[in-house]
Design a binder for this molecule. Structure first.
Ligand code: ATP
Ligand code: MG
Length: 452
């Protein structure tokens, strides 16, 4: 059964009485919820959201013409909405949308897993999805539907055929994870780690830890927390804020501990498991997924034959090019901890020379210069063969300072870096590309792949 709600149920959820409702229609069913007239379906409720670049109220008539059977608006649109179409006028249409999603989530009794953390949310969500797909039908957040609009959108796609839901929950500031957690009501709440990503916004790692742990504070008290025991700040903060059931995981600590055998396998509770994704950080993410499996009573031996996981672009993506060239495309995003993780992955990739092509990590506020310097220090510590930097912020230069002693060149545009790479590469090279998304290093990756 897909989504359905009657007009009278909706009146209760929104604590609002619709205008323009024909009495006979009081109990007809709405069979979906849409905020976008490009994808609206007949029988849907249209919720007019207001963003910085758009106003859903301008599309109400189109929505009705395309089959919307009721609308939620922030102002009374009067006769613009057809006479027979119930119009719920509410103070905040986004809150209304979230309330409907929360109501629908509560109609279903399937396990819902919420995932947050500074790094590895999407990766862990995909790994949990892959683990659970061996048992039944899984609904996962798609693309970047991990915020105050995307999360309710995902929940509204739940139907009775689903056996599990895995919801990524992202934040920009305090209070946002709390809001999402209230809507999602996770039965299992996973926090992958706490780090310096976007520290410019929250000011300190302690504040970030507190904000991530809002997931636990707002989830039902009988839910299970799954926490990365290798992350001490996360553990200390969670201990203060969560007294409920907890399962921890890690490569150094935790109830569920993994021992890396080599780059390809990990021992967990005496079972040899192939790693679905490369790198130590992804082994940790996999442990989070295995912890979810354990909580749900799934036998881990099922995964001894391996698990296939397809990540979205720009994360741990390996391209094997002609002439024994390998590219590691990590251009989706970057923060200190993810840079360090990716640089280790590069260093551990067998090959002749190891080259890092790095760019700015954004939103680091006053810590920016120091964190860029630390990235450089990691390059030095790993003794990489060469460093190319796309400098578009003064602080980015600090990577070069931190890496003093490693052959390093700085560039100010994508073309210059591409031209240099063309001349530089040799068979056997392993090249990592990583920067924040807005730096658009993926353009260089794509052009470089076409060239060689
Ligand atoms: P966003 O906040 O942008 O949604 P995310 O938390 O969903 O990011 P992913 O997209 O899974 O994170 O991964 C982004 C990058 O973070 C990866 O490319 C990788 O470099 C790094 N990463 C993934 N998992 C971890 C981890 N457990 N620890 C450190 N870095 C990680
Ligand atoms: Mg993500």
């Amino acid at each position: 059964m897909p989504f359905s709600i009657s007009i009278s149920q909706l009146s209760e959820v929104l604590v609002a009485t619709p205008k323009g409702l024909a009495k006979s229609a009081n109990n007809y069913l709405i069979t979906g919820v849409s905020t976008d007239t490009r994808s609206i379906r007949c029988g849907d409720l249209f919720v007019a959201l207001q963003g910085s670049n758009f106003d859903g109220h301008e599309f109400v008539q189109t929505a009705v013409a395309k089959g919307a059977v009721a609308v939620v608006t922030g102002k009374d649109l009067g006769s613009q909405v057809g006479e027979e179409i119930p119009q719920f006028v509410v103070k905040d249409t986004l809150q209304a949308y979230q309330a409907i999603a929360q109501w629908w989530r509560n109609q279903l009794t399937i396990p819902v897993i919420g995932v947050t953390g500074s790094f590895g949310k999407t990766t862990t969500k995909e790994l949990i999805g892959a683990v659970l797909a061996t048992q039944g039908k899984v609904l996962k957040t798609q693309a970047n539907y991990n915020n105050e609009i995307g999360v309710p959108k995902t929940l509204l796609e739940l139907n009775l055929e689903h056996d599990f839901a895995v919801i990524e929950m992202a934040m920009r500031g305090r209070g946002e994870i709390a809001l999402l957690s209230k809507i999602v009501q996770p039965n299992i709440g996973v926090i992958t780690n706490v780090g310096t990503a976007h520290i410019g916004r929250l000011g300190s790692v302690e504040a970030i830890a507190q904000a991530k742990c809002e997931l636990l504070v707002e989830m039902p008290k009988d839910s299970v927390a799954i926490l990365n025991a290798d992350n001490h700040l996360l553990m200390a903060t969670a201990e203060r804020l969560w007294q409920g059931k907890t399962v921890t995981y890690g490569l150094e600590n935790g109830d569920l501990q993994g021992q890396l055998v080599d780059g390809q396998t990990m021992m967990v509770e005496g079972i040899k498991l192939p790693l679905p994704l490369p790198g130590r950080h992804n082994a940790q993410n996999y442990l989070a997924a295995l912890a979810v499996a354990k909580v749900l009573g799934i036998d881990l031996t099922q995964f001894s034959q391996g698990l296939t996981v397809q990540l979205p672009e720009g994360r741990a993506k390996r391209y094997d090019l002609p002439n024994d060239l390998v590219i590691l495309d990590e251009t989706y995003n970057a923060g200190l901890e993810s840079m360090v993780a990716a640089l280790h992955l590069l260093a551990q990739t067998p090959g002749k020379r190891h080259i890092a092509v790095l760019g700015t990590m954004k939103e680091l506020g006053v810590r920016s210069a120091q964190l860029h310097f630390q990235v450089g220090e990691t390059v030095k510590q790993l003794n990489l063969d060469r460093l190319l930097i796309l400098v578009d912020d003064p602080e980015t230069q600090e990577i070069a300072n931190g890496a003093a002693g490693i052959p390093c060149e700085c560039f100010t545009n994508h073309q210059a870096i591409l031209d240099r790479l063309k001349k530089l590469v040799q068979p056997g090279d392993r090249i990592l590309f990583k920067a924040s998304h807005s730096v658009a290093l993926d353009k260089v990756v794509n052009q470089f792949r076409e060239l060689v």
